[in-house]
Design a binder for this molecule. Structure first.
Ligand SMILES: [Zn+2]
Length: 192
């Protein structure tokens, strides 16, 4: 059977009886319009749980619905447990926040701290900051489309808004997060 011929609603109907929605990013009532991983409204792709290349069939029990961004990040392994653990790992209490959180995570990679976490940023700047972020993220979405609004773009918007409000110039941190992580990995994975 060709994957595209399986209706979105059939996939939702099947999984809504298999998986409890508590701890998932989406409610089953919106699972036909929102990505099951990031929970944003998007054109949904049928994603194999066990990849076709590893013998996974094109049938409802082997398909979940993901946006293009999440489809590219989904696990490609022949054990279906990992897909559901991965989907549940992105559960947030609100819709339309997942990629903002990923942007904050990327900001932490770039600057070694969370956005808006310096003493120069005061509580009374919060409302203006939210407004500026909304405008800038909205502008970026219109220019490049949702797919291009990746975590590093969101992180950069955080940095620019922060600089505008606090007057504190954007600068590189003393060390890089990935090199810190590399040395932590070395503790259990010594070089050969
Ligand atoms: Zn998604």
């Amino acid at each position: 059977m060709i994957t595209e011929s399986i209706a979105i609603k059939e996939i939702v109907a099947y999984w809504s009886h298999q998986e409890d929605e508590s701890g998932l990013a989406i409610d089953w009532s919106e699972a036909h319009v929102r990505c099951w991983r990031c929970a944003y409204k998007a054109k949904l792709q049928r994603c194999h749980i066990i990849p076709a290349s590893r013998g996974g069939p094109a049938s409802v029990e082997n398909l979940v619905l993901l946006c293009g961004r999440c489809h590219r990040e989904a696990p490609n392994v022949s054990d279906s447990r990992l897909m559901w653990i991965w989907l549940r790992a992105s559960c947030l209490p609100f819709y339309d926040m997942y990629w903002t959180v990923r942007g904050a995570e990327e900001f932490e990679n770039m600057f070694g701290r969370l956005p808006f976490s310096t003493s120069e940023f005061s509580k009374d700047m919060k409302d203006v900051a939210v407004e500026l972020l909304r405008t800038e993220i909205g502008r970026a979405t219109i220019h490049w489309g949702e797919g291009r609004l990746n975590p590093s773009t969101i992180a950069s918007i955080f940095a620019l808004v922060e600089e505008k409000l606090t007057g504190l110039e954007i600068k590189r941190p003393a060390s890089s997060a990935i090199s810190d992580r590399f040395f932590r990995y070395l503790e259990w994975l010594p070089p050969r």
